[in-house]
Design a protein around this ligand. Structure first.
Ligand SMILES: Cc1cc2nc3c(=O)[nH]c(=O)nc-3n(C[C@H](O)[C@H](O)[C@H](O)COP(=O)(O)O)c2cc1C
Length: 184
């Protein structure tokens, strides 16, 4: 796990109209980023292109989230969740990130991520959730495709009607994403 330092815990505000876009090869090396991504990252385009995407990793992000990200996109599925990223100067910015495989001739050739500004209430909830994950206090709860799910046999929440997983019900905290990825 890459531990980028220092961090200021000062949040950088970016325009809600911005979409921060990056594309990578299959190993997660940055091949493209749009001007909004460059601006918000605090790096120059030259410092970003060719670098592994964990260049902008914030140490407050639980590694479980990225484990879930890679499991999901390598299986050909899209991943959506809130991510706290570190700017070059140690400040941070929260995004709602969607990461999806880029398919050519039936084969994944890279990955594409589009990020937008999340709501403040989501940031507060997910920030607490990630703190609990980092503290190892999740019990039978885990992340699947960016959503909070019940991974063990404990509990009686029942299977989600839209997918095979057992979503947690009556949670003390809110999920990383608000709803099941799969339409009912
Ligand atoms: C298309 C794409 C976009 C990504 N965007 C981010 C991002 O915005 N922030 C981030 O920390 N990791 C992002 N990642 C995940 C990183 O590649 C990496 O797994 C993560 O930073 C954890 O790195 P580490 O486990 O080596 O510390 C992205 C990966 C892909 C494929």
């Amino acid at each position: 796990m890459r531990n980028n330092q220092p961090v200021t815990q000062h949040e950088y505000d970016f325009p809600a109209a911005d979409m921060l876009v990056s594309a990578t090869d299959l190993s997660g090396n940055i091949k493209y980023c749009n001007p909004a991504f460059v601006e918000v990252s605090g790096y120059s385009r030259e410092e970003l292109i060719g670098q592994p995407h964990n260049l902008i990793r914030h140490p407050d992000m639980p590694s479980e989230a990225f484990g879930d990200l890679w499991t999901t996109i390598r299986s050909g599925r899209p991943w959506t969740a809130l991510v706290k990223n570190r700017r070059k100067n140690g400040d941070h910015y929260w995004v709602r990130a969607n990461v999806t495989p880029v398919i050519e001739h039936g084969k994944a050739v890279g990955y594409l991520s589009v990020r937008v500004k999340p709501g403040r209430d989501e940031v507060e909830s997910v920030s607490k959730l990630y703190g609990r994950i980092r503290a190892g206090a999740m019990g039978s709860l885990g992340l699947r495709e960016g959503a909070l799910v019940r991974t063990g046999l404990a509990g009686n929440s029942g299977n989600c009607r839209a997918c095979r997983w057992r979503h947690a019900s009556r949670l003390a905290m809110r999920p990383a994403r608000w709803r099941c990825l799969r339409p009912g």
